[in-house]
Design a protein around this ligand. Structure first.
Ligand SMILES: Cc1cc2nc3c(=O)[nH]c(=O)nc-3n(C[C@H](O)[C@H](O)[C@H](O)COP(=O)(O)O)c2cc1C
Length: 235
């Protein structure tokens, strides 16, 4: 992707260098830095300043415990698809019924990523393994879990998106990378129990956070965008 040249440290630099990173180094993220990033994210706007976000940071044993539990179930699901019925997404992040152009973009995204990694449709084991990278937080040192109080309305998800994007840009501003993850939604009950969430909390999504492994092939993945004329109409 040809990127305009932006001044390092500028907001546009953070916007244009942010991408979903799917392989991280083991370099730790200092707690104070993580706190500062979340503090920046808290500056996001929300309807009537409700600030509906709640973030759980998992590192070390706390992260590994969740990873092990979910990977075990994910493996079991591959052997027995009946098990999948016990795990449903915490909310309808994706539509029940897909239509164009969304399904086309989704397919293009998925197959381009797998194509880059040399995985084709027939290689079920490899696909499973790559999908499972999600549940290892792509080896990032920090896994973030975002929850929302179930009393809140759909608008709070709009507020939440702003919070999460602000967090990702703040992270980029200090040289960190992220991958927001809806993949965890299916395992919502395990995630919520692991973080000891209250009965009124639902899982919004999770996120891998850390320093990009710049040697990893998967991180060369580039995603296109529709041209501005497709998005913007003058009335
Ligand atoms: C809310 C949300 C959930 C996502 N869930 C996943 C996920 O579970 N696994 C994954 O690899 N990427 C996930 N992504 C990343 C998207 O695939 C990615 O943002 C999109 O392809 C555009 O690429 P870019 O982020 O590199 O610009 C998610 C993105 C968002 C915003």
């Amino acid at each position: 992707m040809s990127q305009p040249k932006f001044v390092p440290g500028s907001l546009d630099h953070a916007i244009f260098t942010r991408k979903s990173v799917r392989a991280f180094t083991n370099k730790p993220v200092p707690k104070e830095l993580l706190k500062a990033i979340v503090e920046s994210a808290c500056r996001a706007p929300s309807g009537t300043n409700t600030q509906p976000w709640r973030v759980y940071a998992l590192e070390g044993d706390a992260k590994n415990g969740l990873v092990n539990e979910v990977c075990k179930i994910h493996d079991a699901m591959a052997k027995d698809p009946e098990i999948a019925k016990e795990y449903t997404d915490s909310y309808d992040y994706y539509p029940q019924k897909w239509i164009s152009p969304f399904i086309d973009r989704r397919r293009q995204n998925g197959w381009s990523l797998y194509g880059l990694l040399g995985i084709d449709k027939t290689q079920r084991d490899k696909m499973h393994e790559q999908q499972q990278r999600n549940f290892k937080f792509f080896d990032a040192p920090v896994g973030l879990v975002f929850t929302l109080n179930t009393v809140m309305g759909r608008g709070s998800l709009l507020d939440y998106g702003m919070f999460i994007q602000t967090l990702m840009l703040a992270a980029r501003g200090v040289g960190l990378s992220t991958c927001p993850q809806a993949a965890w939604l299916a395992f919502s009950k395990i995630v919520l129990s692991h973080i000891k969430a209250g009965p009124d909390e639902m899982l919004v999504c999770a996120m891998s956070l850390g320093y990009e492994d710049e040697t990893a092939l998967v991180n060369t993945f580039e995603t296109p965008r529709e041209g501005v004329d497709t998005v913007l109409s003058w009335v």
